[in-house]
Write a protein that binds this ligand. Structure first.
Ligand code: PLP
Length: 302
């Protein structure tokens, strides 16, 4: 894994508030699949190889960053890859699935209902195409499990400056859990974790993270934002968000994805403007990647 750079972000809001903002550019790890998914896959792939399974079996939506990352990273390690895809999408219209297919990934398309039961009960319980699923190493949706937590935790060790806050977007909570663990293990500073949920009513994630960490954690070092910056729900965008992402790119040269990082950065800069941070605070935000997901938006919205 290449260490991702830490880039200072200087904007009128940060100058005015007297805070230092850095973006940890995990998106730069790879142009197609750079981001948190590669970190989450690292120890899963090692475990798959150790168990001698033929490949990685996972599930996700048709524009999923996790799906493309699994296809690419699995192939790099000589593993077969197979994905159960939510909804009967046509391969031909979908650049994410087309790229994944070019990397050798096989798909099983299932209805949204079937998908839900797979996600809830574990894909291994299903024999969708009569192949032997026991030969496969199963990775849950979004790549989130205990191995993913270990991979994400290492990110904290790469930050070589003292910092007061880490900010991350949140979906399935694997990154949240990994950063919590990373702070505990690797950060000598009293760091507060700021989590920006990409899902509406995302408070349940706290219990899932506690379960992933197999331990409760210090909630005084955490703030979870589950409504103000969600923009209507997972994968939903509004003109205000798109305008923000464009202006952020214009000011910094950095493209944010619309599902996770755009919303996090909108929220984070809002908090900076509103005086949430005391002068002199050092904030490290994680750019968790996901740039390829824009292709789904261009498909659907233009
Ligand atoms: C998957 C993903 C997330 C969410 O990570 P979780 O570990 O599922 O919470 C955030 N940002 C991007 C770009 C992602 O692809």
């Amino acid at each position: 894994m290449h260490q991702s750079p830490l880039q200072p972000i200087i904007l009128p809001q940060t100058e005015k508030a007297g805070v230092q903002l850095y973006l940890k550019r995990d998106d730069l790890i790879h142009p197609l699949y750079g981001g948190n998914k590669i970190r989450k896959l690292k120890y899963n792939v090692q475990q798959c190889l150790r168990e001698g399974k033929i490949g990685l079996l996972t599930c996700g939506g048709a524009y999923s960053n996790h799906i493309i990352a699994t296809a690419a990273y699995g192939k790099e390690h000589g593993l077969k890859t197979k994905a159960i895809i939510r909804g009967e999408e046509l391969l031909i219209d979908n650049p994410t699935l087309k790229d994944a297919a070019a990397l050798g990934m096989e798909f099983v398309f299932v209805s949204r209902e079937t998908y839900r039961s797979i996600r809830e009960q574990n894909a291994l319980a299903f024999d969708l195409s009569k192949s032997n699923y026991n030969e496969w190493y199963f990775i849950p949706e979004g790549g989130t499990n205990a191995f993913a937590v270990e991979g994400i935790a290492e990110l904290v060790a790469e930050i070589e400056i003292p910092f007061d806050y880490i900010a991350t977007p949140c979906g399935t909570g694997g990154t949240f859990a990994g950063l919590m663990k990373g702070i505990k293990v690797y950060s000598p500073w009293r760091t507060k974790l700021l989590v920006f949920s990409a899902l509406k009513n995302g408070n349940y994630i706290i219990d899932e993270v506690a379960e992933l960490l197999k331990a409760d954690f210090d909630r005084t070092t955490l703030e979870l934002f589950t409504s103000e910056y969600v923009f209507g729900g997972y994968g939903k965008v509004k003109p205000e968000l798109i305008a923000f992402v464009k202006s952020f790119e214009h000011q910094t040269g950095i493209l944010l994805d619309p599902i996770y990082n755009g919303k996090m950065m909108f929220g984070l800069l809002g908090k900076i403007e509103s005086g949430y941070f005391k002068k002199g605070s050092v904030i490290v935000a994680i750019h968790t990647g996901g740039i390829q997901a824009w292709r789904g938006f261009n498909n659907n919205f233009t």
